[in-house]
Design a protein around this ligand. Structure first.
Ligand code: NCD
Ligand code: ZN
Length: 354
């Protein structure tokens, strides 16, 4: 067991400090009645991504969105949404100052324009964002990054590495005190980059990128519910992500990237990217860590390292997991719509109790 871990692991029970989800998508409107309770069931805090349509670009929009989220937290549940603002080409240093003064805003999310769902308003010229990055560095506002280039000539499996080489390495070298989170990393290149970069550079890891590789997307047919961005990579990359997750290196922490799209928008000719994992999130990580023989490393990854990175207190409540074989739901329904979650119908070894 890690020396700073308070986790109690027996063969059949696991008690850890309450975890946080440092990257997810709640969407908006009526869907919040489904997505918010699903996450608040287990997590104390979550960073809520701003890629709504239209995107959440201002502090006022984030505050209003936060109130809509809070209105859907079940009574008696203590849950804190942390808001990411959507960085655009027009974001100014003055905007950063306003964001820095609001404790509910965790940072800015950089989407390269066209990289993923609702990213068309994202950044077109990263090189022109210097004054904004300087203000973020000076004011201690973290930069959360979707790390993929979008140039059509770059192969989709290389887009994360090219983004790191072209944009992220120069940013982290130039702004040595800027907190940077490379979100939902998918490659050994990203693991190595983050491990070698300065101390304020970290990364989130999703359950799907730890548990699966591109065979799970493409062998025997196209498995649309395993399709997300950045896309699953080859097995050797998956193994590097697994080792990062269980390494005890505090630069690597939990961010589910739970991203619901209704069944009809996944199971179609041009299916949306995103894996909806909120209903089984911590159980999926427990599954992965258990498979890797590293359950004692789950608590640091899920409950400590992200809070430490963002300078927030560690949670004082606990959650309990029990080893009981159970089947992840095939579908979830709400308001007349149906979603097929990630890992639908498959077995899980651990379940949250009490
Ligand atoms: C996310 C979504 O659907 O909003 N999709 C995904 O595949 N991860 C966007 C994102 O985080 O890239
Ligand atoms: Zn995301």
């Amino acid at each position: 067991m890690a020396s700073n871990s308070s986790a109690a692991v027996s063969p059949d029970t696991l008690c850890i400090d309450q975890p946080d989800d440092w990257h997810l998508h709640f969407r908006d409107g009526d869907m919040l009645a489904m997505t918010v309770p699903a996450t608040a069931r287990v997590f104390k805090r979550a960073i809520v991504m701003p890629n709504l349509a239209p995107p959440v670009t201002t502090v006022a929009q984030a505050e209003a969105y936060r109130q809509r989220i809070l209105a859907n937290v079940p009574a008696g549940t203590d849950f804190e949404p942390l808001m990411a603002l959507y960085l655009t080409q027009d974001t100014t240093a003055q905007d950063v100052r306003e964001a820095a003064n609001n404790p509910n805003i965790i940072g800015y999310k950089l989407y390269p324009a066209g990289a993923t769902t609702n990213s068309s308003a994202g950044v077109r010229a990263v090189d022109a964002m210097g004054p904004v990055f300087e203000a973020m560095e000076e004011l201690g506002v973290p930069l959360l990054v979707h790390g993929e280039v979008t140039e059509p000539e770059i192969d989709i499996f290389d887009r994360e590495k090219v983004f790191i080489d072209r944009y992220l390495a120069p940013i982290t070298e130039r702004y040595g005190r800027l907190k940077v989170v490379l979100e939902h990393i998918t490659t050994k290149d990203a693991v190595d980059f983050v491990a070698d970069a300065h101390d304020l550079v970290a990364a989130t890891l999703t359950p799907q990128h730890i548990l699966m590789n591109r065979n799970d997307l493409l062998v025997g047919g196209v498995h649309v519910h395993n399709y997300c961005l950045p896309v699953l990579k080859r097995r050797s990359h998956q193994e590097a992500l697994q080792q990062a997750a269980i390494s005890g290196n505090a630069k690597f922490f939990l961010g589910t990237d739970s991203a619901p799209h209704v069944q009809a928008k996944k199971e179609t000719a041009c299916g949306c990217a995103g894996c909806f994992s909120a209903f089984t999130a911590i159980e999926l990580y427990a599954e992965a860590f258990s498979q890797l023989g590293a359950l004692d490393k789950l608590e640091g990854f899920a409950s400590h390292f992200g809070a430490d990175f963002y300078g927030r207190p560690r949670n004082t409540q606990k959650i309990n997991l029990q080893r009981v074989g159970w089947q992840a739901p095939e579908t979830v329904s709400h308001g007349g719509e149906t979603w097929v979650p990630y890992w639908a119908g498959k077995q899980l070894q651990w379940q949250v109790v009490g």
